[in-house]
Design a protein around this ligand. Sequence first.
Ligand SMILES: Nc1ncnc2c1ncn2[C@@H]1O[C@H](COP(=O)(O)OP(=O)(O)OP(=O)(O)O)[C@@H](O)[C@H]1O
Ligand SMILES: [Mg+2]
Length: 255
Amino acid sequence: MIETIENQTSGKQENPTAKNFPAFFSCWDIHAYYGESYIVQGVSFDVREGEVVALLGRNGAGKTSTLRTIARTADPQLKRGEMWLDHQALHEMPSHKAAQSGVALVPEDRRIIPGLTVEENLKLAQIAEPCGWAIERIYEYFPRLAERRTQEGITLSGGEQQMLAFARALARDIKLLMLDEPFEGLAPLIRNEISKIVLDIKNLGITTIIVEQDAMAVLKLADRAIILDMGKVVFNGAAEEVRTNKELREQYLAV
Ligand SMILES: Nc1ncnc2c1ncn2[C@@H]1O[C@H](COP(=O)(O)OP(=O)(O)OP(=O)(O)O)[C@@H](O)[C@H]1O
Ligand SMILES: [Mg+2]
């Protein structure tokens, strides 16, 4: 039987309101579709302020789709459920409003804008209201971007492009940073550099959700892990627990 919202059984819990749902971010029984394809099948979880959560699962488990649902991108379409960020109802917002409310998604392909320099990419992000970090603060934090401020963004190396993608998110005033496979396609040394940046972001107290194939790498950085399987949450607990539980990893992750 093909699952649809109508014939699946989760989601019997009472819906929250911002008032009785104290987490900084929460999604509650969210269901999302690409056309007829039912992909996000009743996902619920909370994130506390300043927490770093690893969102894990095999290829096709629905990790990217969950991030896209939270960011309110055009696809997949949210059909049911609630998402609250710092008392704002994301599920009632169109995409541009969600971005204004502080949700930032750094997609896997990083979306550096062709034809624009590093600095122009950053300035474009700063047009968004309200603004986050000033350009000079970004350059202090990312000296490699400062050196390359006049270089066209898409000619940067993979690691530098990932830095620019992070920096662009920080140039806006964000409340929830979502990183989709930040280590994708990067050499080990550059991965270490990106890990350090993620750790810095964590130390700044920015609430973050990271999707990553390399579970062991991200579990070192995360406070908590959520595992998805076939569009549903199958584990929600301490990152340490996944790190030390080989059976759990073998069952749900490609490690
Ligand atoms: N635009 C789309 N239209 C239809 N189905 C889609 C679309 N994008 C993704 N899917 C399907 O949704 C399911 C979940 O995909 P998703 O990209 O969320 O998985 P993922 O966990 O991020 O996987 P990966 O680790 O490979 O990135 C897959 O079966 C995929 O084929
Ligand atoms: Mg993905």
